[in-house]
Design a protein around this ligand. Sequence first.
Ligand SMILES: CC(C)(COP(=O)(O)OP(=O)(O)OC[C@H]1O[C@@H](n2cnc3c(N)ncnc32)[C@H](O)[C@@H]1OP(=O)(O)O)[C@@H](O)C(=O)NCCC(=O)NCCS
Length: 202
Amino acid sequence: MSTQKCQQETVSFRHDVWKKQPMIFLTEPDIKYQDSFLVGLREFHQEGRMLQYDFQIISEDFERFLYHLKTQQDRTKLPPYIVPQSHFWLIDDNEFIGILSLRRELNDTFIRIGGHIGYQVRPSKCRRGYGKELLRRGLQKAKELGFTRVLLTCDEDNIASKKIIESNGGQFENMIRVEGSPIKKLRYWIDLGDQPPVEKGH
Ligand SMILES: CC(C)(COP(=O)(O)OP(=O)(O)OC[C@H]1O[C@@H](n2cnc3c(N)ncnc32)[C@H](O)[C@@H]1OP(=O)(O)O)[C@@H](O)C(=O)NCCC(=O)NCCS
C-alpha cells in the first residue's frame, strides 16, 4: 500500500481503546455490520482506497459480497496464482472500524511485498489507537490459526504502519526496492510465541 492517507487532522482526544475492550472484537465479515461497513466503504472510496469493491454492487447484494470474501480463503476455489486470505473486521460498539486480511500462504510477490497481514482503518476512525489494536488482535488470530511467525511489510514513509508493526513486536529484517516505485518497502517478522493473549470474552 502506498503512503497511508488517513485523515491528517489531529483528533483532540485520544480514544482510550483499551478501557473499552469489552465492546471491541475481531470478527469474520457479518451481515450484522452491513450498514456500518457501507458507511466505512464510502469513506475509503473518498480517499481512493478499496476501489476494488464496487459500492453499488455490494450494497445491492451484501450476502453475495460476504460469500465472495469467504471464498477468498478457500484454496480450492481460487486459481493457483491467487493467494488465499481470510478477512476479519474490527468492530467497536457495533460499528465497523477496519479490516485485517490474513494470507494463509505467500507467493513470490507477497514474500517480498505485502507479507501475511494487511490492515486498514476507516478514515473517520484513524489516530485513535485502532490500528495498533487491529494488528494486536490479528496476530492473536494468526496464532490461533497455527502461524508461528508472520511477515509484515510497509512503505518506508508510512509512519503510522511502521509504528503499529514495531509496537506489536516487529523485528526489522530489511528494506527492499520495489520495481517502478521510488518508495522502498520495510520488511518485519513477528514471532507469535511472544504475543500476549487477548482477554477472554472479547
Ligand atoms: C496505517 C493505519 C492502519 C493507521 O491506523 P490508525 O488507527 O490511525 O493507527 P493508530 O491510531 O493505532 O496509530 C499508530 C501510531 O501511528 C501514528 N499515526 C497515525 N496516523 C498517522 C499519520 N497520518 N501520520 C503520522 N503518524 C500517524 C499515531 O499517532 C500512533 O503513534 P504513537 O504510537 O506515537 O501513538 C491507517 O492510517 C490506514 O488504514 N492507512 C491506509 C492503509 C495502510 O497504510 N495500511 C498498512 C499497510 S502496511
